[in-house]
Every structure is written in C-alpha cells, then in structure tokens.
Design a protein around this ligand. Structure first.
Ligand code: MG
Length: 299
C-alpha cells in the first residue's frame, strides 16, 4: 500500500475545481452588456431612488469602489429597495441578443474533467439568461449568485429555486432602514477621509474576502485545488488572499495576484496546458485507484 499511496500522491491532479466569474469572463467586454448595465444602474438611481442626476456618476463610482457593487453601496448608505426589482431594472433591458452560442468554449469546458462552478455577483435570472445565450447552461455543476450569498428578506421562494444548485432559502438576514442617507461624496471630499468610518453594507458580494470564503464553503470548494477565472483585478486579488489559484481573463498582462492571464477564455488550453496534462493523469489515477480498491477487498 505504501507504493500505491506514493503513486497516487505523485499522480494526483493539482486542481479539482474550476470556478468561473460570469460577466466579461465567459464572454468579452466588447459585447456591450457591461456598458449598458452601468447606464441602467445610473438610470435606476435617478428614476427609482430620486438621486440628483448630476451626482449619479460620482456617487456610483464611489460606491462601486468602496462596496464592490453599486447596489451594495446604495444599501450601505441607507437606500432601501427591492433587490429583485433592482436586478430586473438593471439587467432586464440588457442587449442579450449580442451574446451568441459559443461552441468552442462549450467544447473546452466539457473536455475539462473537473468540477465547474459559476460565481457571480449578479442575480440568478441574469446568470441563467447569459448561460443560455452562450449555449453553456449544462456545462456547470452549479451557480453561486446574488441570491446564494444574500438570502432574500422576502419569505416567498420562487418556483425555479431548485434550478440553482447553491441557492439558499433559509433566510435569517434582517435589514434595517436608515431614515437619513450617509453622505459618502461629502465624506470623501474631506482631506483626511478614510474608509474606516464608512457604514457597513448588508449585501455580501465580491470582492470581499468574506463573500468569497462563504461561496467556497457553500459549494464545498478547497481553494488550494481550485482555479478561479475572473476579469476583475480586485476580485482576482481577493481570490488570491483566500488561497485560490487565479486566472485573470480579458488581458494577457499578468497583475499582482494573478497566477495566469488570458486575453480570452478561449485561450485556456494554450495558457494552462497542465489542465490537459491532468486529463491524462486522471485516467491513470482512476486505474490505480481501482487496483487499490481491489487490493483492499481481497486483503
Ligand atoms: Mg466579471
């Protein structure tokens, strides 16, 4: 058995899970969805939250920078709104028709013998639409999305909840409403402004380390054996901090925190050839494993 153990250790693949961001990672930024999404968010802030149009750009930038998503920041500074309505407003009118089936990516994914999971800050309806347009809906074991990390404060669970492998319905989160909104623009206009005094958000999302750790726990992912694909540099850096192996997508320029950098997700094979070498080794391990089991049974 000592020989078998050694053999298995040498042959054990480095990775057993691939964790993918969705937007601008599985399809290119040039599709125009991100630009339209930003526009819709600014419209939501004006039309639904009554924020002065001239303040929206600066406020949105500050919230995105300090809270991960504009939505998360809006909650932190005291706006209360229905999360589903927000998502439907900002995602409902996206040019999904720009996304086309991607048989090349589909084939790459289906040939990689690892767990494959989506991890997005977006809501599950958006995630499902994008995957369906790309023709990738059956390529993943599950989707960790907004609803997974933020069980809604509504008690109604939608009918299609079961479609999302990691969506949770055991909501224990409660929310409070501030009567007065925190003036984050005023805060950062002071010369000694720090981030320590900023109000905390009730929303869990990337790039917070806590959000990534929670996602890993929910999906039972070992970060040391997982490759994390992302287009956002700050999400990559958080991923690195919690122990993931990281792949920056959208540029071939590696940054601090990125183990690999790919211009396009289509370049996986060229940029990370060891994933395919593992394919061969996995076959060997399976064979070796069956020998080991037989030895145990007959012992
Ligand atoms: Mg992204």
């Amino acid at each position: 058995m000592a020989y078998e153990d050694r053999y298995l250790q040498v042959q054990r693949p480095k990775f057993d899970c691939l964790l993918f961001d969705l937007d601008d990672t599985l399809y290119p930024l040039s599709s125009g969805l991100a630009a339209q999404c930003g526009k819709n968010i600014r419209e939501y802030m004006v039309e639904r939250l009554g924020i002065e149009e001239s303040n929206v750009q600066q406020l949105g930038n500050l919230l995105y920078k300090n809270y991960g998503t504009t939505m998360s920041g809006l909650r932190a500074i005291g706006y209360d709104f229905d999360y589903d309505e927000y998502h439907s407003f900002v995602h409902g009118r996206l040019p999904y028709e720009n996304l086309k089936p991607d048989p090349v990516l589909r084939s790459l994914l289906l040939n990689l013998p690892f767990r494959k999971i989506i991890f997005t800050n977006a809501d599950k309806i958006h995630a499902a639409k994008v995957l369906s347009r790309l023709g990738l809906e059956d390529c993943f074991e599950g989707i960790i999305c907004f609803e997974t990390l933020n069980p809604t404060h509504k008690t109604v669970v939608s009918d299609d909840e079961d479609d999302i492998a990691f969506a949770r319905s055991d909501s224990t989160t409660s929310f409070t409403t501030s009567s007065e909104n925190f003036d984050i623009v005023g805060h950062f206009s002071k010369p000694d402004a720090g981030v320590g005094a900023l109000p905390k958000t009730a929303i869990v999302c990337k790039p917070s380390d806590h959000a990534i750790e929670q996602a890993l726990r929910i999906a039972n992912i070992d970060p040391q054996r997982t490759l994390f694909f992302e287009d956002s540099v700050r999400n990559i850096q958080s991923g690195k901090r919690v122990g993931l192996h990281t792949v920056l997508v959208g540029t071939s320029q590696r940054v601090k925190g990125a183990d690999y950098a790919l211009e396009s997700i289509h370049n996986i094979r060229e940029a990370i050839p060891e994933l395919w070498e593992v394919d061969k080794k996995t076959t060997d391990v399976k064979y070796s494993g069956s020998v080991a089991v037989e030895a145990t049974v007959t012992a």
